[in-house]
Design a protein around this ligand. Structure first.
Ligand SMILES: [Zn+2]
Length: 68
């Protein structure tokens, strides 16, 4: 699953969530529980399941170790 960055437009809190690709809704703000949350960017979950150079979670080398 990719990590998405969100920012709450009510309190300005920025946070990250692992969300399914098909998730239709943004999460609630963890700080004020507001629903006025905007998605900022998406990126591969590098360091966890991808390495950034292949951006594939099925890469056999980066699924176990990071390579640069
Ligand atoms: Zn908030």
């Amino acid at each position: 699953m990719p990590i998405y960055e969100y920012q709450c437009k009510d309190c300005g809190e920025e946070f990250e969530r692992l969300m399914p690709l098909s998730s239709p809704t943004a999460p609630d703000c963890p700080k004020c529980s507001g629903r006025n949350v905007k998605k900022k960017i998406s990126r591969p979950a590098s360091g966890k399941s991808g390495c950034g150079s292949c951006s594939s979670t099925s890469c056999s080398s980066c699924s176990t170790t990071r390579h640069s």
